[in-house]
Design a protein around this ligand. Structure first.
Ligand SMILES: *Cc1c(COP(=O)(O)O)cnc(C)c1O
Length: 452
């Protein structure tokens, strides 16, 4: 039997695996972390070292690794029904979860369509919106409006409506062209201007785009309050209030991509709640199963549903499908997740944890090379800048974030900066002591990374 160690698994891995979001050559210098076990907010490698999972395993984990209550629910389901086709068949986990999602999402969302990852949920929302207009006698409404620096996933449609250059550049010729409006991102506001005021000011660009393009536009798609992959950039809910009103006025759908923000991340169950709005489509994934299994859902309303409900011969149906649509195991994980929100007062507990995060990060704001420390609930980011007065970034080629990553690993923390942006997006079960560790490690890492 082969020896079990980090080194041995890394050797085998690099022989056969191709990792996501990775320049594989980097692994000549940057070791992989072979994980064999997780418990709470921690991950253990094959050599027995533990790492605090400050990124919730790519923003999916909510209640810790190997959470007994979620595991039990999946185990019970797996012995009854592992999977069944969802076209023509139904099953209790899919129905119960749809009922629960309709109940917890903003008022008016009444229909749940399942897919199995975030990008495909975005594809569904884009297609449904387009198809709605087509079925309603408006086949000319073909375009989408998005925000600069947005991210909606990496399948071809989802990539088209995103705006993060590194993911998109190579595929540009394959993609649809959205109408891109400058994001209301707090980082770019003038000194002395509040987030709310900045959001108001930035809305003129959206209003102008809607004015010019509403007749040919199916939907506006946004990440409410928080652009994660775009560097944990944040904005004020006022923008969403204005956007909802303007989309209604111009007859354009609003797609809220809550794939990363949903399930308590920004402080409320859904980010849209902070603006008191109901989108026409809400995309959910990531935290939906608390990081256990791939599952996604698109919630929409009766008006949209009705536009597809017709005689078979009209050929109006929404035919989009994935083999694993509504997988019962994934639905069971999601049901356990929602039950945890019910039984434990998760959002109240998170408010305390978020306050501790703010406290632990407060010293970072004083750092001569930190341009902004920002937070929405359980997401906190510190943006490293070369020149604080000018908010000038470090050139990306310098990979300053990588210094923070390496330092954090030495200290037993898995922190993965996005370029110059150091952030924490921990599992909700993180303890006060662990939050303090994040504070220390980020401060040291930023010090190291910005020296010279
Ligand atoms: C992660 C993410 C997606 C894509 O979800 P996948 O499951 O990775 O395909 C889409 N939108 C947002 C806002 C995300 O953060």
């Amino acid at each position: 039997m082969a020896e079990r160690s980090n080194a041995e698994l890394i050797r085998r891995d690099l022989n056969v695996l191709w990792h996501p979001c990775t320049q594989m050559k980097d692994h000549e210098r940057i070791p992989l972390i072979p994980v064999e076990e997780g418990k709470g907010a921690w991950l253990k490698d094959l050599d027995g070292r533990w790492y605090l999972d400050a990124v919730s395993s790519w923003w999916v984990n909510l209640f810790g690794h190997a959470n007994e209550r979620i595991s039990e629910r999946i185990k019970a389901q797996i012995d009854r029904l592992e999977h069944v086709i969802l076209a023509g068949c139904s099953h209790e986990p899919a129905v119960e979860l749809a009922e629960r999602l309709v109940a917890v999402t903003p008022q008016g969302l009444s229909r749940c369509f399942y897919t199995d990852n975030g990008s495909s949920a975005v594809e569904v929302a884009l297609k449904m919106s387009h198809h709605y207009w087509r079925n309603s006698g408006h086949p000319e409404k073909l375009k989408y409006i998005n925000l600069s620096n947005s991210y909606h996933g990496e399948t071809v449609g989802a990539l088209s409506v995103g705006d993060v250059g590194v993911f998109k550049a190579a595929y540009e010729p394959m993609l649809m062209e959205p109408i891109t409006v400058p994001a209301p991102d707090s980082f770019h506001r003038e000194a002395g201007v509040s987030w709310a005021e900045h959001a108001e000011r930035m809305f003129v660009h959206m209003e102008a785009a809607l004015e010019a393009h509403a007749h040919e536009t199916a939907a506006v798609i946004v990440e409410p309050l928080l652009q994660c992959a775009g560097g944990m950039r944040m904005y004020h809910p006022r923008y969403l209030e204005r956007l909802r009103e303007a989309c209604d006025r111009h007859g354009v759908h609003l797609i809220a991509d809550e794939i990363a923000t949903g399930f308590g991340r920004t402080g409320t169950m859904f980010a849209c709640e902070q603006a008191g709005i109901t989108p026409d489509f809400m995309c959910l994934s990531k935290g939906l199963t608390a990081g256990y299994l791939p599952l996604a859902a698109v919630l929409t309303d009766e008006r949209v549903y009705a536009a597809f409900y017709d005689d078979f011969t009209k050929l109006n149906a929404f035919l989009h499908s994935h083999s694993y649509t509504g997988n019962p195991l994934a639905c069971a994980a999601a049901l356990a997740t929602l039950e945890l929100f019910d039984s434990d007062d998760v959002l109240a507990q998170n408010r305390e944890t978020a306050a501790l995060m703010a406290e632990a990060a407060a010293p970072l704001a004083e750092h001569p090379h930190v341009g902004e420390v920002r937070q929405h609930g359980m997401v906190l980011a510190a943006e490293m800048v070369q020149d604080k007065a000018a908010q000038a970034p470090y050139p990306w080629q310098e990979r300053r974030g990588l210094h923070v990553y390496r330092h954090a690993l030495e200290r037993g923390v898995l922190m993965r900066p996005l370029g110059n942006v150091v952030y924490w997006m921990p599992p909700y079960v993180i303890s006060p002591e662990e939050v303090r560790l994040l504070g220390e490690v980020a401060a040291e890492g930023i010090d190291k990374a910005t020296r010279a």
